[in-house]
Ligand binder design. Structure first.
Ligand SMILES: [Zn+2]
Length: 257
């Protein structure tokens, strides 16, 4: 981040759906084992488009979620394989962020257990994504004494007053704060502008391409927002649901060309 903005990857689940993933009978996380070729290919496309960092395909790969599928015994193998695939795609000079989605509070320790596996598998940072504030607080608390890796805390929405919310997550050890899966770059930019007023930490943004079924933000729409995002302190930027490696390429070009 000291050398310049870090371009991250595009949304993963929506691209797996485009490749045939059936959410009624399957989960993106299973593809690390059943379709590693597809996972590796998507990471590779993002890397080729300019992503310096990719996020592991492990959003729901926690004990709470996998138990619903009867796959509770596969938490470790899925997370290990996901990190290996991401690392293979980016190489030793690329960065791998370990994705942890919100975990059901009914299963104590799910975030902690997943974080431990991701850390042991060699991720460079942990990413708590698509969390609410209370979920992020619980997740940060769960890993606080466990990992020394940098942790990014990314919320879908920041409760007011933002400065208080930001301070709470910062006090719990978050090194970077951000927003992801906000439905479109325009609302994401507004959320980042608000967040920037509440914290001095480096910021992270990964907007969705828009509301499903409506006209989605183009790569050019994403690129156009980059100068303002950087002005607000964004140092990590990529795309969430509905984005592709074309958005990654546009972000990269807006940062570095
Ligand atoms: Zn998303």
């Amino acid at each position: 981040m000291a050398r310049g903005p870090v371009v991250l990857d595009a949304g993963f689940g929506t691209r797996l759906i485009a490749l045939g993933l059936d959410l009624a009978n399957d989960d993106p996380a299973f593809w690390n084992l059943s379709r590693p070729d597809a996972v590796l290919s998507l990471h590779g496309r993002d890397r080729a488009a300019g992503a310096a960092a990719v996020v592991t395909n492990t959003f729901g790969a926690n004990l709470a979620w996998l138990t619903r599928w009867g796959r509770q015994d596969d938490v470790e193998s899925i997370n290990r394989r996901a990190v290996a695939l991401a690392r293979e795609a980016v190489g030793e000079h690329g960065l791998v962020f370990g994705s942890i989605g919100p975990t059901a509070t009914s299963v104590a320790g799910a975030a902690r257990a997943q974080a431990a596996i991701l850390a042991a598998s060699g991720v460079d940072a942990l990413l708590f994504e698509t969390h609410r504030l209370d979920q992020a607080e619980a997740s940060l608390r769960a890993v606080r004494d466990l990992v020394t890796l940098p942790v990014v805390a990314s919320l879908v929405a920041w409760p007011e007053p933002v400065a208080d919310s930001a301070r709470r997550l910062s006090d719990l050890g978050a090194a970077v704060l951000g927003v992801n899966c906000v439905l479109g770059m325009v609302p994401a930019l507004a959320a980042i502008e608000t967040l920037a007023r509440g914290t001095n930490l480096p910021l992270f943004v990964k907007p969705a391409a828009g509301r499903p079924g409506e006209t989605l933000d183009s790569p050019a729409d994403f690129a156009r927002a980059v100068p303002r995002l950087l002005d607000f302190g964004v140092r990590l930027l990529g795309g969430c649901c509905g984005t592709t490696d074309a958005h990654v390429a546009a972000l990269y070009a807006a940062c570095y060309d």
